[in-house]
Design a protein around this ligand. Structure first.
Ligand code: HEM
Length: 424
């Protein structure tokens, strides 16, 4: 096949994913920022590089680390291959998160799209779990201790925690069985589930006639080829070139071989779970690992099923007022989270102050209230002062949640040192 033949074949392949004509509004870059497509592309790159890595990697405690060293030092383009896989994995976590933010704030999760929101949430979980299971495979200090911390966290879940942690690890410690379990999850079950969910996800996008558009604006249908396809190809090429450049310049981290007897100080979770680790430094683990994630998940699932009167599908932030409120809420949430972190770190010792009160109440419920009461007062304030509608309040709640998680992630990752002390 000549070059023209190749590009025709690629075009035909991409047309399978799209209808022949698309709404002109829906292909504006600022509608999606191409984030879903970039996530899909990163997944494909992960799949290909992962398949190739399997030729070099040996999933055993004795040989895993050495097989990575061998790959990096003695296989042609071995280091590059590992870097590409590592950075596209991290990229997928980040891009998926941004995609969630985009679909949420562009009011693209309601009515016929709410099922896709739920499938999306499942996919987000899978993306995180896939990345986390891969994290262990090099079997270096970073991997071993991050997985030890994370699986220990699981055991704080009431009733089933210990059993769950043991099931994930295949025992009460991170061992060869854990490595094998993670390897099979990472290279078998999880990619398979991802492909399955992605297919449903894409099909549902098509079923809802493409991405959201503002129904109030003038609408015109244009042929998908070249209008949308060329844009997609350009974005894909930019991502591929950027990924290659980055992978040529920055190596995926690899520390000393795992040593279960010496834990690094500080031992940190992978960056995308640092928000949880930070949370657990302040609040009772029953709340940090169980109550709060459960409430947040219930809230996220429930958002598109609530009844709204003022919903404007496809309109960024629903209105100008919504945009302004989101910005104010973001600033408020950054400040509130920082104030609560500093207060809890330096000024609060609830357990000592009230030894007769169960810790679940003193370091759990009371600490949660320390955050929730000002947050609720703020929501009440914007409701009365700005006459905020229900959708504005829900957007503000979502903004507070993700901002708090981002601030905790930054504080935990960048501002904590030895002994997990602030500014150590
Ligand atoms: C690997 C992960 C994912 C991939 C590959 C993916 C891919 C896509 C693509 C290609 C689109 C259409 C265009 C676009 O928005 O760029 C889309 C739309 C959508 N996605 Fe995702 N997605 C992923 C994860 C998620 C997650 C985590 C959520 C939510 C929790 C989500 C929710 C949605 C929704 C609601 C739509 C419809 C948006 C609209 O109609 O405007 N997706 N996704």
């Amino acid at each position: 096949m000549n070059t023209a033949g190749h590009s025709k074949a690629i075009t035909k392949l991409l047309l399978h994913l799209h209808p022949n004509k698309v709404d002109e509004q829906s292909i504006k870059f600022t509608r999606t920022f191409g984030l879903g497509g970039v996530a899909a592309l990163l997944f494909v790159i992960l799949f290909i590089t992962g398949m190739l890595l399997r030729f070099a990697y040996v999933p055993s405690v004795k040989e895993a680390y050495d097989s990575i060293i061998e790959l990096q030092n003695n296989v042609v383009f071995g280091q590059l291959l590992r870097n590409l896989h590592y950075w596209s994995g991290m990229g997928l976590v980040l891009v998926s998160f941004l995609h969630v933010i985009r679909v949420f704030y562009s009011q693209s999760i309601y009515y016929e799209r709410r099922k896709n929101w739920i499938y999306g949430l499942l996919m987000m979980f899978l993306v995180l779990f896939s990345n986390f299971t891969g994290y262990l495979l090099p079997w270096d200090q970073l991997a071993f201790w991050a997985v030890t911390i994370m699986t220990n966290m699981l055991s704080y879940i009431p009733f089933i925690g210990d059993a769950l942690a043991d099931m994930v690890r295949g025992g009460d410690e991170v061992t060869e069985i854990t490595l094998l379990r993670f390897y099979h999850f990472h290279t078998g079950l999880l990619p398979l589930l991802m492909v399955f969910l992605m297919s449903i996800h894409f099909w549902l996008v098509r079923k809802s006639k493409g991405v959201t558009v503002q129904t109030s604006e003038k609408r015109e249908m244009v042929p998908t080829h070249p209008n949308l396809l060329y844009k997609e190809i350009v974005v894909a090429l930019i991502v591929i070139v950027a990924l290659f450049l980055f992978s040529m310049l920055v190596n995926a981290p690899l520390q000393d071989k795992a040593n279960p007897l010496i834990s690094p100080n500080p031992s940190k979770a992978p960056w995308y779970f640092m928000g949880f680790q930070e949370l657990l430094l302040h609040i009772h683990p029953g709340f940090g690992i169980f109550v709060i994630p459960l409430l947040v998940t219930a809230f996220l699932v429930y958002i598109p099923y609530m009844k709204y009167t003022d919903l404007k599908v496809g309109v960024w932030f629903n209105s100008d007022k919504g945009k302004k409120l989101t910005l104010i809420t973001f600033v408020f949430a950054v400040l509130l989270t920082l104030v609560v972190i500093v207060t809890s770190e330096y000024f609060l010792d609830l357990r000592d102050w009230m030894p007769q009160v169960p810790v679940l109440i003193s370091t759990g419920l009371l600490l949660l209230l320390l955050y929730m009461v000002p947050a609720a007062a703020y929501l009440y304030y914007i409701k009365s002062k700005f006459d905020a509608a229900k959708i504005d309040i829900v957007m503000a709640m979502f903004t507070i949640l993700i901002t708090a998680y981002i601030v905790m992630t930054i504080v935990g990752s960048l501002l904590r040192g030895e002994g997990m002390h602030l500014f150590a």
